[in-house]
Design a protein around this ligand. Structure first.
Ligand code: NAG
Ligand code: NAG
Length: 176
């Protein structure tokens, strides 16, 4: 009975171990952006997926957008997805995954790469920096006001406590 139990336990452990091996069959790919993950609006950027294996099918996905998918076959260990004329809505988290011809399952997803699309300086979107600038000026003024108010109140508190202190000192001199 005990031996049966131990045998079953071993069998279970072996099966679990085997499953893990299968999951780890395809190492996680890594993703990077060239020339940078911070790109100007309307410029081009290349997302590179490093897949460890040659001759794989690589897919590029986007976070919070299950409808977004690009797929390509790669004969090298690196797949390149070219994003041209990027728009603000192209910003977001990207990841890639791959599968080899032999494996039917996809590898684990790569880490997320956060693509940031900035306003092009001197580009068509010349109007958008202005509101953000005026917002910044208002914020700066407001925080300056807050800080000066804080200093003024600290000064008054200091003055008050100093006065109390002097009165107390005067009282102690008198009592001596
Ligand atoms: C972006 O790529 C397109 C097509 O490949 C090309 O015509 C365009 O000149 C490129 N733009 C820049 C800024 O490199
Ligand atoms: C790549 O995979 C295809 C099957 O998808 C196969 O026919 C081809 O021989 C493979 N090429 C190399 C270089 O392994």
């Amino acid at each position: 009975m005990d031996i049966d139990f131990i045998y079953l336990l071993c069998l279970g452990l072996c099966l679990c171990y085997g499953d893990e091996e299968e999951n780890e069959e395809l190492p996680r790919p890594s993703i990077s952006a060239w020339p940078s993950s911070v790109v100007r609006c309307k410029s081009n950027v290349t997302l590179r997926c490093w897949t460890h294996f040659q001759n794989v099918t690589v897919t590029l996905g986007k976070m919070h957008n299950s409808g977004y998918q690009q797929e390509l076959r790669s004969v090298a260990k690196e797949a390149e997805f070219h994003l041209t004329h990027v728009q603000p809505e192209d910003a977001g988290g990207y990841f890639c995954a791959y599968r080899t011809a032999a494996s039917r399952r996809w590898s684990a997803r790569s880490q997320h790469l956060q693509l940031v699309v900035t306003d092009g300086v001197g580009g068509g979107g010349g109007n958008s920096p202005r509101p953000s600038n005026s917002k910044r000026i208002i914020l700066t003024t407001f925080s300056c006001l807050c800080i000066s108010l804080l200093f003024v109140s600290i000064y008054f508190i200091y003055r008050c406590t100093q006065k109390d202190h002097n009165i107390l000192r005067g009282a102690s001199v008198l009592s001596k």
